[in-house]
Design a protein around this ligand. Structure first.
Ligand SMILES: *[C@@H]1O[C@H](CO)[C@@H](O)[C@H](O)[C@H]1NC(C)=O
Ligand SMILES: *[C@@H]1O[C@H](CO)[C@@H](O)[C@H](O)[C@H]1NC(C)=O
Length: 460
């Protein structure tokens, strides 16, 4: 017995001295799409706003207190999210990433009122995180950078960051007690409309200089932005040139990029970036607080808490939290207070059985999704459940749909993505004409050929 105890003590002392890495946490919250006009007496055909006299002909159902799957966020939904985050302050939260689209796209009243809505959201966050820094980035529904906007966020950012934020909507922050640097991009400057502007050019020059300096100083970097790179045609917002340029930058500095964090899609997904067929970097896309997704999708509201090594910036895991909106509204209808039960949905490494959070692990996961069928317990089934934050039915995603997800995750360049999707379609057509037994085999071979082809096109 004594020997066993001694060994156990030795093991614990040993593991203590070996694991001196400091564990910290940070939140990633995104796409509030706060709609001040949301009302539970609203009409879903009018984005859950009050119908005018003519329109209120009994066509609408009673809406939930916390929001509706077809509409942007109510104030009560956002307040419940922030209340929940406050209950988790015991976790060593270091900072908060807030990746844009603060107000509803359709809240297009005058600029003053949009500004007021952003100010109210900023105030809520300031009260929730009174002793934390929140790092905001601009989404496409947010106003252009200005003195006024910069002033709103001046308590979170140092002077130098405020200067570049005001001029171009981007900035960088050095973490005081570690070698971690946060680089906040204005991805609105990647859009077709903006991509050739002077602002866009300055952001590229600035980004290059920041990453060059970080390399020289042996810093690790988090890149934070609203819209991720990629070519998924359903959501593609970046110009082809900006997309290519961004990917080239990531490949060049992959060694010091410890993570890329984006929102925008209102879904839970990820991207793997390759260099000469090797996975070299990853981007994780957090789902929105807003339950509505344009043009016609829905998710449950989500909040994400990352766990990381504060010395090196290495991301160790995240916990995805969510609100079952339908259940919250049912409970909210019967109790005057409460009703919104935010809970943990899953932990990344455990959920998918990942060894770590790295480009290689996420590449292996993507590979499993490629041939995945949405049967329960497969990685693909889990991915689909998480994609809409446990809202959508997974049955509607067939083989072609599964392959499209794979293409979006692994083929971030436009041509490669298109070829990936088209090759899958012809593979499926071929399997439809073949005898049932050899169909899966042909399918597999075609997918394999596609993969090799796509890899070739993508990285050369
Ligand atoms: C912002 O908050 C103020 C004070 O609570 C309130 O009067 C105003 O209606 C709010 N505006 C928006 C757009 O949320
Ligand atoms: C998930 O991660 C959180 C935060 O690190 C932790 O408290 C929790 O125990 C984890 N849950 C599981 C099931 O691993």
């Amino acid at each position: 017995m004594k020997t066993v105890n001694l060994i156990l003590t030795l093991i614990s002392v040993f593991s203590f001295t070996c694991t001196h890495a400091k564990i910290g946490y940070f939140w990633h919250i995104t796409d509030f799409h706060y709609d001040p006009l949301y009302t539970s007496q609203g009409d879903t055909r009018r984005h859950c706003r009050k119908a005018d006299e003519r329109g209120s002909s009994g066509h609408h159902r009673a809406l939930g207190r916390f929001g509706d799957y077809s509409c942007d966020s109510s104030l009560e939904l956002i307040e419940s999210a922030l209340r929940y985050m406050r209950t988790r302050h015991s976790e060593n939260v270091e900072f908060v990433l807030w990746t844009g689209d603060i107000i509803a796209a359709r809240y297009n009243v005058n600029e003053d009122e949009r500004y007021q809505a952003i100010r109210n959201m900023t105030e809520l966050l300031r009260m929730t995180f009174s002793s934390h820094f929140v790092f905001p980035v601009l989404g496409h529904t947010d106003p252009a950078p200005s003195e006024r906007l910069t002033n709103l966020w001046s308590h979170w950012l140092p002077m130098e960051a405020l200067q570049t934020l005001k001029n171009g909507g981007y900035y960088t922050i050095e973490q005081s007690h570690s070698k971690l640097r946060i680089v906040a991009l204005n991805t609105n400057l990647f859009s077709v409309r903006e991509a050739s502007s002077a602002h866009a050019r300055r952001q590229w020059e600035w980004l290059d200089a920041v990453l060059e300096k970080a390399t020289a100083n042996s810093e690790m970097v988090y890149i934070v932005g609203h819209a991720a790179p990629g070519s998924d045609s359903r959501y593609n917002v970046h110009s082809v040139e900006a997309n290519v340029k961004y990917l080239r930058t990531v490949r060049r500095y992959a060694r010091i990029i410890a993570g890329q964090f984006f929102g925008h899609l209102h879904v839970d997904t990820f991207r793997v970036i390759y260099d000469k067929e090797q996975p070299v970097s990853w981007a994780l896309l957090a789902p929105s607080v807003s339950p509505h997704r344009d043009p016609a999708g829905s998710s449950n509201p989500g909040l994400r808490l990352y766990k990381f090594d504060t010395d090196t910036g290495k991301v160790l895991d995240y916990t995805q939290f969510y609100l079952d909106l339908a259940a919250a509204n049912r409970a909210g209808a019967t109790t005057a207070t409460g009703g919104a039960e935010w809970v943990a949905e899953y932990n990344l490494t455990q959920y998918y059985g990942l060894r770590d959070v790295s480009a290689e692990s996420l590449h292996n996961l993507a590979d499993k999704l490629r041939i995945g069928m949405p049967h329960e317990m497969t990685s693909f089934y889990k991915y689909l459940r998480a994609y809409s934050v446990k809202h959508d039915n997974t049955d509607s995603c067939d083989g072609a749909c599964a392959h499209q997800h794979f293409c979006a995750i692994t083929c971030l360049e436009h041509i490669a993505y298109r070829q990936c999707v088209e090759a899958a379609a012809s593979a499926l057509a071929a399997s439809g004409r073949s005898a049932p037994l050899i169909a899966p085999l042909i399918n597999m071979i075609l997918i394999l050929i596609t993969f090799i082809m796509v890899s070739y096109v993508d990285y050369n």
